[in-house]
Design a protein around this ligand. Sequence first.
Ligand code: UDP
Ligand code: MG
Length: 317
Amino acid sequence: MQKVSMVIPMYYEEKVVDECYKRVKGVLDNLKDYEYEIIFINDGSQDKTLELLENVAKEDKNVKVISFARNFGHQAAVTAGLKEVTGDVAVIIDADLQDPPELIPDMLKLWEEGNEVVYGKRKKRDGESIFKLLTAKMFYKTLNALSDVDIPKDTGDFRLVDKKVVDQMNSLPEHNKFLRGLWSWLGFKQYAFEYERKERFAGETKYPLKKMLKLASDGIISFSSKPIKLVGALGIISIAISIILFIYAILAYTFKFSGLSAGWTSIIVAISFFSGVQLLSLWIISEYIGRIYDESKGRPQYIVEKKINIKEDNKTD
Ligand code: UDP
Ligand code: MG
């Protein structure tokens, strides 16, 4: 019998745990040709999430729980879940039921037909603020303009992935994985599965602006080296402008068509402009250097505090 593995990250989802488990289990129990496992990752929530997950895992041996020592972020949580997948196919889904688990049978059908990655593409997004929709749109636009692989817009982490692709993902050495981009980067036979994104079942989004910005910059920096080239272009432009200004100043002085006070103004403007350019450049470069530094430390993407219903082999996380 084939086996499907669910990967579900949770961060402060105490209001959602039971309903999520019930709905997902309901769908999986109805699959005749499949066994299943549900891997929940508690991403360092300090509320009752872990306690509730432990209760579920006690009753149901198909439920596995990984609990992080602190909040390491959504991408880290999914990455950790993927490492524990033992099924033939994995489905990554948000805990808040915005992505309906009822779609899983259709996705599995597409997998049986030979698709190796079936990714959810949002047709409609209920209950999300205009701000969120707008920023999401801007993010995908920028990312695709800058990056070298095509990252489909309106897709999140909701997707079905063949075990062989999961293995490839697990074997990538980078620590700060931006999964959405990496799935595209890996290739394989991909299928865009359109669906309507629902409202959150309960609780609030765990993606405040700060986390969204971090995800956006992770995505852009890890999928493109164009920003660093932009720094070069800015440098050349600013040198050109300063040369023009220099010539202008000399001419103005020689032919006295502009008083010195105007000169002072232009100097101040020039100084502030160029220090602006330099700061901007330094910031972009430091993003890359920071990334290199992070990777060179070789720290894991997350620390697991506890595992439930998962056999320990000597696998390192
Ligand atoms: N999540 C997580 N760690 C975080 C933030 C979010 O594991 O630091 C989980 C969260 O519990 C949910 C999923 O990631 O299952 C998506 O988060 P959310 O629904 O808050 O994001 P949105 O749908 O608003 O983009
Ligand atoms: Mg959500």
